[in-house]
Design a protein around this ligand. Sequence first.
Ligand code: DAH
Length: 338
Amino acid sequence: MIEDLQRLENNALAELQEASNQEQILLIRTKYLGRKGLLTGQLRNIAQVPEEQRALFGKRCNEIKIFLTSRIEEELNKQSQNEKENKLLKEKIDVTLPGRAIKYGRIHPITQISNEICSIFSSFGFSIVEGPEIELDYYNFEALNIPKDHPARDMQDTFYIEENIVLRTHTSPVQVRVMEKVKPPVRILSPGKVYRRDSDVSHTPMFHQIEGLLVDEGITFGDLKGILTVFLKKIFGQETKIRFRPSFFPFTEPSAEVDICCVMCRGKGCRVCGQSGWLEILGSGMVDPAVFKYVNYNSEKYTGFAFGLGVERMAMLKYGISDIRLFYENDFRFLRQF
Ligand code: DAH
């Protein structure tokens, strides 16, 4: 009888040795210590053990039960420890690896320089107004003294939407829209997108312009020169040389294009300025009385000046960028420099 107990204990211990996971260990526990388990069965049959052996038998049963219980507990702990360790090994992370930097967005260089120009003119008392990008032929051309048969229409390759509706080719139509609504004095600046059928290293079908207009009594070409000079020196630096060169625009008379001393060669002559030492930076002039007629301004009483500049061109010259398309490729390496 006692030998049976001994065999039972040995078997249990051997099986425990073989067990390789928690589930198997739990099965062994049920097999020996469960309500219908082998050891429990032995205890239940104690009455059949001869009396003189009964005390010893009972004692051994209890010893074995206690021993097996604690061995099983031990094995279960060992297993769960193993499982934890395996999991940690598999999920190992290298805390010394450098983290991934978060890339922050920035204000686009075109928006930046546009804002800078607007804030300079705001400080001169100009208000900022916007006009539609889909524009009537009347505002884009007609009322700016560019009739249908006028050769100046060739200066701007136009996207037509309908016979009399275009994508505006410049921001100048905003001048007319403003003057139709308000009486002088007028001091406005109008930034926005414009469209032309053009595409190469210095032209994109969409680009940005800023239009300026000032009308009041007694405004002269001297005012135009003064304001544009102060403005350009603020943008390109106080020491920048500036010149006003006679030109032609249908909506101004007289007209002038404004050049700055070449930012690349400082006036010596290079590839960028075509060896001239100068770079054209904006168009301007005294508002043509023919335009005032369209908006019912009395040109005997009022005079004014207007100007228009290309924002991309301004940014390219200020930052030394040679390809306009870089502005629209969303390449973070390019954009993050601003
Ligand atoms: N609208 C002209 C262009 O797109 C630029 C311009 C020239 C605007 C002279 C003006 C101006 O207001 O007076 O080329």
